[in-house]
Design a protein around this ligand. Structure first.
Ligand SMILES: [Zn+2]
Length: 86
């Protein structure tokens, strides 16, 4: 199951810096992976990713659009830490 995901190690965003970031560009990563049903019907530009949160070293999942990769940052649903993945 895990091999279906692109696995990415996040890099920390300091709390002071995270406060200045645009919340509209925030993606909340969750502990449970999005199922195939959630991906079904979506365009090929949506990909499921598994992230290693640099704060709590927990694996979190999110569905990310190709275009969001350049603009978005992540919020760990487990510890609330902010991180970048790309
Ligand atoms: Zn975390």
């Amino acid at each position: 199951m895990a091999e279906e995901f692109s696995f990415i190690k996040g890099t920390k965003i300091a709390p002071a810096e995270a406060k200045k970031l645009n919340r509209d560009n925030m993606i909340v990563a969750t502990m449970s992976p999005p199922g195939p049903r959630e991906v079904e019907g979506q365009s090929q530009w949506w990909q499921r990713y598994a992230f290693l949160c640099p704060w709590c070293v927990h694996v979190e999942y999110a569905l990310v659009h190709e275009e969001q990769r350049h603009t978005h940052w992540f919020f760990c649903g487990h510890c609330g830490g902010a991180f970048r993945a790309w």
